[in-house]
Design a protein around this ligand. Structure first.
Ligand code: FNR
Length: 368
């Protein structure tokens, strides 16, 4: 099959179309699949289309500044590369490709527990004061988890994102059908009896502790000084509880539609969460991140208007990497930056702080 040129990719969805054609079937199945009937997977993206803009005119938008802070560190733009396992399924160099692109664009990268490259390889690929976070799957053996966390802090990670939406892996049937058989993954977290007949996801996740609970949060706070963020929070009650537990952040996420089927989109949960935080005067006590279905800068801007601190992007960078390697991820990030600058101008906001709820109409999202 003929490969379209990189210059023919004009937006993030174009990379997905190319990746679908050129990727190995097992890799495509693992990256693209969602749980069950993929209703949440589709809703993640569709939910953004229920929000409309209320742009302001005659604002000086000659100079656009997209820089911001996430968990206390500066970055060029408020999106980050979220954690996605098994980078080598898509590209022989794996996650370090994302590290290099993130450096070129001054974007934060979240390192997955289940990366194909070793954790140290990914940290070694970092340049200058590039910022990385660690995504953590909590092992039943807490000594293993403690070592992973302490090592990450020692190697300079600036945030600990504990995944809380995966006490058991969801049924990703596309992935299960493709019968995972690729040994190219390095599973550093000690799943011993790996059953490869159940798809990539199930093969690598048997070590995750389903008994993890709120009672464990003080222990995490006692073993690290990194900010602690719960990844996969899905309702306002749990955000309030995270504040009370002393967490530094939450990611409103349904794991890219790969876990609980018919879970709500992150953006919808965000619209529920931010007013409740503001009502209590708690909006400065916790940073609220969101991911799932973000494909356009308009999606990012809508989340920022609602009050998100940062927006995670998963599959689009995997697809860009799988199809075109570093050049692909570089272009995907540049396209997003270009879209972001243009749309901030068109909405009438020169800085990230200028984005606020008055610039969007959420009646379609909240009303039905
Ligand atoms: C993920 N995600 C994920 N999350 C996590 O906490 N640990 C992990 O190991 C993985 N692995 C993973 C693999 C793949 C292939 C995908 C697509 C996703 C979820 C990820 O961090 C994020 O929540 C979603 O990917 C966001 O949705 P989009 O941007 O992919 O639509």
């Amino acid at each position: 099959s003929r490969m379209p040129s990189l210059a023919a990719c004009y937006n993030l969805l174009d990379f997905e179309a190319v990746a679908r054609q050129v990727m190995k079937k097992t890799a495509w199945a693992y990256y693209s699949s969602g749980a069950d009937d993929e209703i949440t997977l589709r809703e993640n993206h569709a939910a953004f289309h229920k929000i409309w803009f209320r742009p302001r005119i005659l604002v000086d938008v000659e100079n656009i500044d997209m820089s911001t802070k996430m968990l206390g560190t500066k970055c060029s733009i408020p999106f980050y590369v979220t954690a996605t396992a098994l980078g080598k399924l898509g590209h022989p160099e794996g996650e370090v490709v994302l590290t290099k692109a993130a450096h070129q664009h001054d974007v934060v990268q979240m390192i997955p527990t289940l990366a194909s490259c070793s954790f140290d390889e990914i940290v070694d690929a970092k340049q200058g004061d590039q910022v990385q976070w660690l995504q953590l799957y909590v092992n039943k053996d807490r000594d293993i988890t403690r070592k992973i966390v302490e090592h990450a802090e020692k190697r300079g990670c600036k945030g600990l994102f504990i995944t809380v939406d995966a006490p058991q892996l969801g049924r990703r049937e596309k992935d299960m059908r493709s019968k995972f058989s690729d040994p190219g993954s390095n599973v550093q977290s000690g799943g011993s009896d790996i059953d490869r007949s159940q798809g990539a996801a199930r093969a690598i996740s048997s070590f995750i502790d389903p008994a993890l609970s709120w009672k464990d949060i003080p222990w995490f706070k006692s073993i690290t000084k990194m900010p602690i963020v719960l990844k996969g929070v899905q309702c306002v009650e749990d955000v309030l509880r995270a504040v009370e537990a002393g967490c530094d952040g939450v990611v409103l996420s349904n794991h890219g539609g790969r876990q609980l089927e018919t879970a709500r989109s992150g953006i919808e949960v965000l619209a529920e969460v931010m007013p409740a935080l503001r009502e209590r005067g708690w909006e400065k006590r916790i940073e609220v991140f969101v991911d799932g279905g973000v494909r356009r800068a308009t999606d990012i801007i809508k989340a920022l208007c609602l009050g998100a601190t940062g927006i995670g992007i998963g599959r689009p960078f995997l697809y860009a990497m799988s199809a075109y390697g570093l050049d692909g991820v570089d272009r995907a990030m540049q396209l997003l930056k270009d879209e972001m600058e243009m749309n901030m101008r068109l909405i009438g906001a020169a800085r990230i702080e200028d984005l606020n709820p008055s610039l969007i109409d959420t009646r379609g999202l909240l009303g039905g």
